[in-house]
Design a protein around this ligand. Structure first.
Ligand code: 9UX
Length: 72
């Protein structure tokens, strides 16, 4: 089963930023789907918690040069 979570993304300044994040996260093991909205600075990600974690997804986004935080 997949879990769907929303992350707040900071540091995006153009549409290619959101596309970059979608590309790198979509390649991750266990990630089913990701959609990044540049205007709202939110990412919705569906993943298999048995194969990856939200922390790993956040770390991958940070490694790409952006901020990623869980929305409370
Ligand atoms: Mo646009 Mo984002 O030229 O890292 S791709 S600013």
């Amino acid at each position: 089963d997949f879990v769907k979570e929303t992350l707040k993304i900071t540091g995006m300044t153009c549409a290619a930023c959101s596309a970059r994040i979608e590309k790198v996260v979509a390649k991750m093991e266990g990630v089913e789907e990701i959609s990044v909205n540049l205007a709202t600075e939110k990412a919705v990600v569906a993943y298999d918690p048995g194969r990856t974690t939200l922390d790993q997804i956040k770390e991958r986004i940070e490694k790409a040069g952006y901020g990623a935080a869980e929305i409370q």
